[in-house]
Design a protein around this ligand. Structure first.
Ligand SMILES: [Fe+2]
Length: 474
């Protein structure tokens, strides 16, 4: 099925295309023709540039937008610190004081819904690496909210781009550049600095966020796959311009800045952008449209084949963050152990489950709204019961993951876990290893008469030095 059938119907129109130069005007003639900053922009609007990269970033990386608005965004009071016990998005700039770097495999029970807070105060940093003040690294958040943001509030993060993965409930996101509805099985990206307000038209919400402190997401290279498949560019949707006219009411602008919350006042709405054009904008994507690739002969490819979006480090092919999904798909490989193999990776893997059951675990401990973290070089793989089942399964074509959507935030960085993630949330499963892999039984058995050659035979016969080497062929 090439798209998800959502219970909550779409409310808005969009412009289609990933990394496409979009332009949109809510009033005809609001966009200047040709010039970006004419002496008098049309309709008495102010021109404001919003840059998502350095002006001088290479052309293929450059992301800027021009906004034409009723009042510029700089008209506000000083920002003042507004921390609260429910706002927890550190790691500040001293991650060693805030974050626990541990090699244990970790798994979390489903995180609780919290109907007492709004979007801003629902953000809990579970794990991460790096530091937003150095524009390096990532933060992984759980959000769980039950209230709309106040009528005259808007939020932005100066720390990075939010990749939002809803697990429960619907987000209606009013941004400076237009509106988006985001439902479970959709994702959206709100780039650094863009102001927005989240309301909940279908009750409480819960989900996951990857905040990218450095760079922006792009589509992965396709290599020999060719020019289509995986996430196709045309399926990404950006909002159309939509504005309010309000210069009478008091508004609060909430800023996430170096992991802390600040607030400023202004007497005009931040949602007054009548027209915009550029490459820097929020967008969303239906995971049901992902065109999944896989083996049609034997073995299964690395899970990188399921990458939706990536942000590459300076090292070629090495991601600061990959967003990877495990959609429903057919497995047809012959003579192949079909679940993921056991592995230890130089990359770290944080997984979540939107709905259904993940096909690599049958033990029931990895549930929707839960999570797991397999850090750098921490071994993992199918649990014992999955291994047993898959080793003896009839290898007919069959579909896995029906009605399910698991995902992974994969990073080349070593991921630390916050105090909240490790202790305060009280969701860590202490028996993850004991339940998953300690029950694995050895099946190793020599055939009758088979001899062991471990390289010591020559020494036992009295030869030494180079002659003791086991013959090898290069
Ligand atoms: Fe893994």
């Amino acid at each position: 099925m090439p798209s998800t059938q959502f219970n909550f119907k779409e409310r808005y129109r969009y412009q289609n295309g990933f990394a496409s130069y979009h332009e949109s005007e809510a009033v005809e003639g609001a966009l200047p023709v040709g010039a970006n900053s004419p002496q008098k922009p049309p309709l008495g609007l102010y021109a404001e540039k919003l840059s998502g990269t350095a002006f001088t970033a290479p052309r293929h990386k450059n992301q800027q937008s021009w906004l034409y608005r009723i009042l510029p965004s700089c008209g506000h009071s000083n920002f003042e610190a507004r921390e609260s016990s429910t706002f927890n998005t550190n790691p500040e700039n001293k991650p060693w004081e805030e974050i626990h770097f541990i090699p244990n495999q970790l798994r979390w029970d489903p995180f609780d819904l919290d109907e007492t807070v709004d979007w801003v105060h629902s953000l809990h940093l579970v794990a991460g690496a790096g530091d937003p003040t150095m524009k390096t690294g990532v933060g992984y958040f759980i959000y769980a909210a039950g209230k709309d943001m106040a009528a005259n509030e808007a939020f932005y993060s100066a720390d990075g781009d939010f990749l939002i993965v809803p697990q429960h409930g619907v987000l209606d996101i009013q941004t400076e550049l237009g509106r988006l509805v985001v439902r479970p099985n959709e994702i959206c990206v709100i780039p650094r600095g863009i102001r927005y307000r989240v309301t909940l038209p279908d009750g409480p919400v819960r989900g996951y966020i990857l905040e990218l402190y450095e760079g922006h997401f792009e589509l992965p290279e396709l290599g020999p796959i060719g020019s289509n498949c995986l996430a196709n560019a045309r399926d990404f949707q950006a909002p159309v311009a939509d504005f309010d006219e309000d210069t009478n009411n008091s508004w609060t602008i909430l800023a996430k800045f170096a992991g802390h919350l600040y607030a400023a006042k202004q007497d005009h709405t931040p949602f007054d952008v009548v027209a915009w054009h550029g490459l820097y904008y929020p967008y969303k994507y239906d995971l049901g449209r992902f065109n999944t690739m896989g083996s049609v002969s034997y073995d299964h490819p690395d899970p990188s084949i399921y990458t939706v979006l990536t942000c590459q480090s300076a090292s070629p092919g090495t991601a600061i963050a990959d967003f990877v999904i495990f959609p429903p798909r057919w497995l047809v490989a012959e003579d192949t152990f079909r679940p993921p193999w056991y592995h230890r990776n130089t990359m770290s893997e944080f997984m979540g489950l939107i709905h259904g059951q993940y096909d690599a675990k049958t033990g029931g401990g990895f549930q929707p709204a839960g999570a797991s973290l397999h850090n750098v070089m921490s071994g993992h793989g199918p649990d014992a019961s999955t291994h047993e089942k898959a080793s003896n399964a009839e290898l007919a074509p069959h579909k896995v993951g029906e009605g399910s959507m698991a995902f992974m935030f994969e990073s080349c960085l070593m991921i630390g876990v916050t105090d909240w993630g490790l202790k305060k949330c009280q969701k860590v499963q202490e028996d993850y290893n004991a339940e998953s892999w300690e029950p694995l039984k050895p099946h190793f058995k020599l055939k009758p008469g088979q001899k062991i050659d471990n390289g010591l035979k020559s020494i036992a016969n009295g030869t030494e030095g180079d002659k003791a080497q086991v013959p090898h062929y290069t």
